[in-house]
Design a protein around this ligand. Structure first.
Ligand SMILES: Nc1ncnc2c1ncn2[C@@H]1O[C@H](COP(=O)(O)OP(=O)(O)O)[C@@H](O)[C@H]1O
Ligand SMILES: CC(=O)N[C@@H](CCC(=O)OP(=O)(O)O)C(=O)O
Length: 296
């Protein structure tokens, strides 16, 4: 039971959220779910409730999940080493099978179950369902002093999004379902591609012209060399931070897709700390935003 004072505080908090609810009602928000928020039990529950609350007040949340650590764990148990190139997992055929089992099976169904257990109506899919995420092979090139043509780096079944068919998502949204998406794409010939989850979330936000893209991670935001949270970043500043090594590893795909999303018309991208309980609600419904904000 609340005391009268506590009840007044609750009322105050609800009223503070009202302008944000009014602003975002009917809008789509794409949330990349990953890091600790996807592992720690209390954070998992708070995330699920945040998503349901968003849905209940009339916002359309679309969840795209990661699962890199979970893939890494299973590979380790099977005696396979994880290898990354510029934040992307090098994916041979055997690894692709594991990625599909872990992301499309275990992780996706865990999140769907979690949201539904808290009273939501989530439906899980990979990009192979209705072939809604078409992918093509992602290759990198590197200038080699010995060769006069750039060297091609082949990291296996890693894809980039070539096209998104939003019909299945629209069908789910019309039915008031919460889509929960595993980042697996389908090639022209039906083969599976392992796509970094940030890239999928970014592309979805672009094609849906989402109001916001929120990327939950295990850092307080994009950090400078002294670990201060950077905000108000633009492409030029980001290029400097990449060149001097401040932004590296797993932050590279995040920042890249954030810049692409705002250039393509997404209003704002937030890189936020998934280690904070109710990180999503705090960012959307309060005056005190958290993490790094990127705007066009
Ligand atoms: N400038 C930076 N600011 C914050 N994190 C950074 C930065 N550069 C690299 N990183 C690394 O990127 C990680 C986030 O990427 P990743 O581990 O792939 O996260 P997720 O699993 O949430 O997608 C951080 O935990 C940190 O180790
Ligand atoms: C190509 C590539 O790297 N794919 C990722 C897909 C999962 C993912 O992106 O998970 P996180 O967001 O938890 O890192 C992987 O295999 O780990």
């Amino acid at each position: 039971m609340f005391s009268l004072e506590e009840a007044k505080n609750v009322a105050h908090v609800l009223v503070e959220a009202l302008p944000y609810i009014n602003r975002f009602v009917g809008k789509t928000i794409v949330i990349k779910y990953g890091g600790n928020a996807m592992v720690a039990e209390d954070l998992k529950n708070s995330f699920a409730r945040d998503i349901i609350l968003m849905k209940r007040v009339g916002i359309n949340p679309i969840v795209v999940h990661g699962g890199g650590p979970q893939i890494g764990d299973l590979l380790k148990r099977l005696g396979k080493q994880s290898e990354f190139f510029q934040g992307m997992r090098v994916t041979d055929s055997e690894t692709m099978d594991i990625v599909q089992m872990v992301l499309g099976g275990l992780v996706n169904k865990d999140i769907v179950t979690l949201i539904n257990r808290h009273g939501g109506n989530a439906v899980g899919l990979t990009g192979k369902d209705a072939r809604f995420i078409r992918a093509k092979k992602l290759t990198f090139t590197r200038n080699s002093p010995e060769l006069n043509v750039p060297e091609i780096i082949d990291i296996g079944h890693v894809g980039e999004v070539s096209q998104i068919d939003i019909r299945i998502l629209n069908t789910l949204l019309q039915g008031d379902f919460i889509p929960v998406i595993a980042p697996i794409g389908v090639g022209e010939d039906g083969q599976s591609y392992n796509i970094n989850a940030d890239l999928v979330a970014g592309k979805l936000a672009e094609v849906l012209t989402a109001e916001k893209l929120m990327l939950l991670t295990n850092a307080a935001g994009v950090l400078d060399k002294e670990n201060n949270v950077l905000t108000g970043l633009n492409r030029e500043k980001v290029q400097e931070l990449i060149a001097d090594g401040t932004i590296h590893g797993g932050m590279l795909p995040k920042i890249g897709c954030a810049l692409d999303a705002v250039s393509a018309g997404v209003n704002a991208v937030h890189i936020i700390d998934g280690r904070i309980e109710h990180a999503v609600l705090l960012e959307i419904f309060t005056n005190s935003g958290i993490g790094t904000l990127i705007k066009a």
